[in-house]
Design a protein. Structure first.
Length: 564
């Protein structure tokens, strides 16, 4: 199932899985950071400012209280009392400004429901507390101004005012204590919520660390597993290390097909295993091509030798054809002489028996000439028959060449296909295979041209044989007629009329013989033309054989660059 998944898909899925885990870790860390940041922001912007404001408020409350207590420390009026009271008024005024500022800042902060209720009660107590202090401020002013009143005992006024001041301070203290308790309650509430926020931030941090650790562990395990799986899958598909595969491919690309390729036992599907099988197929193919090239070279040499032999036979045939033509011309002359002598014998038959004897001799000569002509025709028929046999032998050689060319074409086509499968590594071999296929096609076309010419030669030779057979038959008939003429001449002394009739027959036969001789002469010229064409075809076969031998040698040179 996994073998059907492409390496690209496996790598993409592996990286996407690791990226997803990294993304989950990042999102988890971001979520934890946002939670902690919200807690920290809540602590820093709400709880800590509230605690600081409340503590400062409480501090100012205590300061006002201490200042109020300090104002009643001097029982008698002195210059020190005046300075102390003036200092108390200034400090208390500054403290009230601080208190108002702190309350405004605290009132603007976010509060819990409990804190809102306490702060409402605080405001009510604060108003009462502030009212008491306004009275204290008035009494403090009266104590400070006591010595300035005319006609009044300053010490008595101061003492009376101080007594009222001390009584009012006693009323202020419980209110201040309640305010302090409320402030402490609000501080505790903010402390509790701050601590809760810190705890939540710690929990969120622990959760984030735990989730991140788990996801990082899973990511690490998956990364290692995917790395090992993808590495093993890539090596299994390559069949070895990429560097070794590249070295093997470069070695084969340099033409070294004898390189030993290390493949795991039982491995038949990896790149190196397939490449090894391809190299082995190329080795077998190149051996077959080399063998076929040798066979082509041998066949080309044999064809060249056969062409040379055919040229010799055709030359002999041309000579014999010339002899046949000369014999036919001689026969024509003889026939003309027979006709002329037959006429003379008919005219002189009545004059002398010597003329008849001379006519008999002429008939004997005619018989001898016709027999010689028959023999010449028989020789011509044999020569033409040998020409036909030689043509068939050349046709057989051409069939062998055609078969070799077809086999070479198929092998070149298979080599081109294997080279195309090899891609860039087989480009040089593809060029060689294409040249071999081109040479095979040219050889096929040459053999087809030669085959056509040989067929024309065979056709002409068969026609010549038929004509010669007719000439031989007619020559036999002529011999028979001449013999009958001889028999007639032997009886010439007995009957002049019979001699005249026989002379007439001889003249007619001579005319027929002349016609036949003329026909034979034309056929002989046709045979001569066919022989010349056969000679030209034989020269083309020789040239094609030489070219084929050259191409076979060139093929061997191209194949020698490969180390098998």
């Amino acid at each position: 199932m996994l073998d059907k998944i492409t390496l690209k898909t496996k790598l993409l899925v592996g990286f996407l899985l690791v990226a997803t885990i990294v993304l989950i870790i990042g999102l988890s860390a971001i979520q934890g950071e946002q939670t902690m940041r919200a807690d920290v922001v809540r602590i820093g912007q709400v709880r800590l400012p509230a605690i600081i404001a409340l503590n400062h408020l409480n501090y100012q409350r205590v300061q006002v209280r201490v200042q109020s207590l300090e104002a009643q420390m001097h029982a008698d009026w002195t210059e020190g009392t005046r300075k102390l009271l003036e200092q108390v008024l200034r400090q208390r005024e500054a403290s009230w400004r601080e208190v108002e500022t702190v309350l405004e800042r605290y009132a603007a902060l976010e509060k819990t429901a409990d804190e809102v209720a306490i702060f409402a009660a605080f405001n009510a107590e604060y108003d009462a507390w502030r009212a008491v202090y306004r009275k204290l401020d008035v009494l403090t002013q009266r104590m400070l101004q006591a010595p300035q009143r005319q006609g009044v005992d300053a010490q008595a006024v101061y003492a009376e005012t101080r007594a009222e001041y001390m009584q009012l301070v006693q009323e202020m203290i419980p209110i201040s204590d309640r305010l302090g308790a409320m402030v402490e309650s609000m501080v505790m509430i903010n402390n509790r919520f701050a601590n809760d926020a810190v705890a939540e931030a710690i929990d969120a941090s622990k959760h984030t660390v735990l989730v991140s650790t788990i996801l990082m562990s899973i990511g690490l395990v998956l990364s290692i597993a995917l790395g090992l799986f993808i590495t093993r899958d890539v090596l299994r598909r390559l069949g070895g290390e990429p560097a070794y595969a590249l070295a093997v491919v470069n070695q084969v690309a340099d033409g070294d097909l004898g390189a030993h390729i290390r493949v795991r036992e039982g491995d038949t599907s990896s790149l190196l295993a397939t490449f090894s099988m391809m190299v082995e197929s190329m080795r077998r193919l190149l051996r077959e091509v080399a063998s076929v090239g040798n066979q082509v070279a041998t066949s080309a040499e044999e064809l060249s030798a056969a062409s040379a032999q055919a040229r010799e036979q055709i030359a002999r045939q041309q000579t014999e054809t010339g002899q046949v033509a000369a014999a036919i011309n001689q026969m024509t002359t003889t026939v003309e002489q027979v006709a002329r002598h037959a006429g003379e014998a008919a005219e002189a038959a009545r004059a002398t028996n010597r003329e008849a004897d001379s006519g008999g001799e002429v008939v004997e000569q005619a018989i001898a000439a016709v027999e010689a002509m028959a023999q010449e025709l028989e020789s011509s028929a044999q020569v033409v028959g040998r020409l036909s046999e030689d043509s068939r032998e050349i046709g057989d050689v051409l069939d062998v060449i055609r078969g070799i060319a077809e086999q070479t074409n198929l092998l070149a086509l298979n080599a081109a296909i294997e080279a195309a499968r090899a891609g860039e590594a087989g480009r040089g071999f593809a060029v060689v295979a294409d040249e071999v296929r081109t040479l095979a096609n040219r050889t096929q076309r040459s053999t087809e041209d030669i085959q056509q010419k040989i067929e024309r030669v065979q056709s002409g030779a068969n026609g010549a044989v038929e004509v010669m057979d007719k000439g031989r038959t007619m020559a036999q008939q002529t011999v028979e007629q001449a013999r009958r003429a001889g028999e007639s001449l032997r009886t010439i002394n007995g009957s002049i009329t019979a001699i005249n009739d026989m002379n007439t027959q001889i003249a007619s036969a001579a005319e027929q013989q002349a016609t036949v001789a003329e026909e034979i002469n034309r056929n002989v010229h046709t045979i001569s033309d066919v022989v010349e064409e056969s000679a030209a075809g034989s020269s083309q076969v020789a040239a094609a054989s030489t070219e084929l031998a050259r191409l076979a040698a060139q093929l061997q040179e191209r194949l020698e660059r490969f180390k098998l």
